[in-house]
Ligand binder design. Structure first.
Ligand SMILES: [Fe+2]
Length: 306
């Protein structure tokens, strides 16, 4: 497929936490990321994909929240093209340039229409070893955003970031990046501007299942799953992580190309009483319902450079 003028997916997410050290122990010992660097009060964790890190943990000095979501672009030219589209939409955005971050790169910070801090980068530091490994998260598969104006946020991702709306199911819009992965961003119509969940790609179904067992052993029981979604065809298991961050292990994300046909909520509706393809998952817990509308985003300070 030809390269598209959009992001390739989620590179990393910055978490602002009450206790980053405790979370770092969880993300390494239980979730199976690897600590790759520390800089000041920030702890960087990688998966098995090439990205320098996929999580950055730092103190929140207040309620836990998402600091920033960082998107990957293939080239500087694509960074510039995305920037031009966003600037024309009067998005709060800084000029693209070289970034003084731990992984370097070229890009810019911006705020989405609800004020979440984002960034688009190209050419940031990558690891040479990037093969998926059993039982270890590879990369962030997708971020699912709750938004009171999901139509506005979806238009921002399509018209500004250049993503493609590939499916709608229930209240969710699924957006495809320049990647065979069915979707890298999911937008959910909701009452508040919060994180619905953060999804980590595992190597295979066994890795999701063994991860669910590891989580259960460590005191983090499954809140919803294990099951297989209809839309995107992926296996899922959802958990409340430290500070009640809503997390997902996933695998087997549907791989698509330009011939993939769009379908809407009527197509993806389940028969009564069914919640996944296999028909095995019980309904989500009350806790999952609560925490998938709990975790806020920082607003303000969208600039990456002073
Ligand atoms: Fe998900």
């Amino acid at each position: 497929m030809a390269t598209r003028s959009t992001i390739t997916g989620v590179r990393s997410v910055e978490l602002e936490l009450a206790d980053p050290e405790r979370s770092a122990r969880f993300y390494t010992d239980v979730w199976h990321l690897s600590e790759v660097a520390r800089d000041g009060d920030t702890i960087y964790l990688r998966g098995t994909a090439e990205f320098h890190h996929i999580l950055a943990l730092r103190p929140s000095h207040g309620p836990a929240r998402i600091g920033r979501v960082v998107y990957e672009a293939r080239t500087r030219d694509i960074v510039d093209a995305i920037h031009a589209r966003l600037a024309a939409m009067e998005t709060p955005v800084e000029p693209p340039g070289s970034l003084d971050r731990i992984e370097g790169g070229y890009g810019f910070g911006l705020a989405d229409p609800s004020g979440r801090c984002l960034a688009v980068v190209a050419g940031a530091a990558c690891h040479d070893d990037d093969e998926p490994q059993p039982d270890r998260p590879h990369k962030i598969a997708h971020v699912n955003f709750n938004d009171p104006d999901a139509a506005r946020l979806t238009a921002f991702y399509v018209d500004g970031l250049g993503m493609k709306l590939v499916d709608r199911a229930g209240r969710q819009a699924f957006l495809n990046a320049d990647s065979p992965d069915h979707s890298s961003i999911v937008i959910c119509q909701a009452d508040a501007n919060t994180l619905n969940h953060l999804s980590f790609e595992m190597a295979d179904l066994d890795s999701v299942m063994r991860g669910a067992g590891r989580m259960s052993d460590a005191g983090y029981p499954i809140e919803w799953g294990v099951g297989r979604h209809g839309c995107a065809d992926n296996v899922f298991a959802y958990f409340a992580g430290p500070e009640e961050i809503p997390l997902e292990y996933t695998s087997d994300v549907l791989q698509i190309d330009d011939s993939y046909p769009y379908n809407g909520p009527e197509y993806w509706a389940w028969p009564a009483g069914r919640l996944d393809q296999w028909g095995v998952t019980p309904p989500h817990t009350k806790r999952w319902k609560r925490i998938q509308n709990l975790f806020a985003f920082r607003s303000g300070g969208h600039r990456l450079r002073g």
